[in-house]
Design a binder for this molecule. Structure first.
Ligand code: GUN
Length: 318
């Protein structure tokens, strides 16, 4: 078998176009421009690249996009003060604090300071709890991206066996919730899991998010499996060149899988696209404008309702 690549780059482009359309609609109907603030602490090269990409794509989709680049020795109090300012800023709908933060900063104190209505990363315990309870919530971007990519190749997920390797708060745990809600039987595995290869061999879908270069080998996979690779690792090849590899041994896995995401160009671009989608969702739900995004309902709302919503918006703004 030679797996078909799931082209995350192309799928993300479609999602970003949808987001840009929604942004134009919000501007035309409600005079609202969604705002995204991205905060980076320190000079980590990979994080700088991610933050620049997020800010650039937000701007390209029509958002108000702000970047805050703080030195690695910034005090926790100063960071919390910035978050308070962004919470109070009515032109900002989404706040993203790029992780990891330096060791002297309490990550949870920072994440919990973000207004949950602006928590476009879905990391605040309020949103984590709502997601776990099956209530509408801002969900983390990478798990949303993974589910979206899977749905491009399988229409009905119910009854499928999925192994998710990695139990981080950013990917593994929320992804297990989303896939469970979609009807999958989810096994949350990790590096310590005994018989991990055997477990993977039984799965219809394997999601690798362990942060371990080329952990998943071809002979761990059932023929026809769908493989989603969340990993991004730096590796040195046989001639000494640094390259990016995922958590899956791509060439081997491609011989067994039916569909597989490449690294780069798989999950990564979709994660950024979902950050933009979450920011639009935050802008819409914070203002009580969800009717606007329902194409069936749109035409039945008279302009007076639009005016009313605009009034709500202005009230919230004051
Ligand atoms: N660092 C690695 N992934 C992420 C992410 O999805 N959001 C944030 N804020 N930081 C990260």
């Amino acid at each position: 078998m030679n797996a078909i690549r799931i082209d995350g780059k192309a799928i993300a482009e479609l999602l970003r176009a949808r987001v840009a359309h929604d942004v134009a609609l919000l501007q035309a109907e409600c005079n609202v421009t969604p705002g995204l603030a991205v905060v980076l602490v320190g000079e980590d090269l990979a994080s700088s690249v991610y933050v620049k990409t997020k800010a650039r794509q937000a701007q390209a989709a029509g958002f108000k996009s702000q970047q805050f680049l703080l030195p690695s020795n910034v005090g926790e109090a100063e960071l919390l003060e910035l978050i308070e300012e962004l919470n109070a800023d009515v032109s900002i709908d989404g706040i993203l604090i790029q992780l990891p933060l330096p060791g002297h900063v309490d990550r949870w104190r920072v994440l919990e300071a973000i207004n949950p209505a602006k928590d476009v990363d879905g990391f605040h315990p309020y949103n984590v709890g709502r997601l776990a309870a099956g209530r509408p919530a801002l969900a983390p971007c990478t798990p949303l991206a993974v589910v979206h990519l899977i749905k491009t190749v399988v229409t009905d997920l119910s009854g499928l066996d999925v192994v998710v390797i990695g139990r981080s708060n950013i990917v593994g745990k929320p992804l297990a919730l989303l896939l469970g809600d979609a009807g999958c039987t989810v096994t949350g595995a990790q590096l310590q899991t005994r018989n991990l290869p055997d477990l993977c061999r039984k799965a219809d879908i394997v999601v690798a998010a362990a942060g371990w270069a080329e952990l998943v080998r071809g002979d761990w996979l059932k023929p026809g499996v769908i493989v989603i690779d969340v990993g991004i690792n730096r590796a040195i090849d046989s001639v000494g060149t640094v390259k990016l590899v995922g958590d899956v041994a791509f060439t081997e896995a491609s011989k067994r899988a039916s569909y597989i995401t490449p690294v780069p160009g798989g999950v990564g671009p979709m994660t950024v696209a979902y950050l933009l989608a979450n920011t639009v969702n935050a802008a819409v739900s914070r203002r009580g404008l969800s009717w606007l995004m329902n194409p069936d309902a749109r035409h039945v709302w008279p302009s007076s309702v639009r005016e009313k919503n605009r009034a709500v918006d202005l009230q919230q703004a004051t």
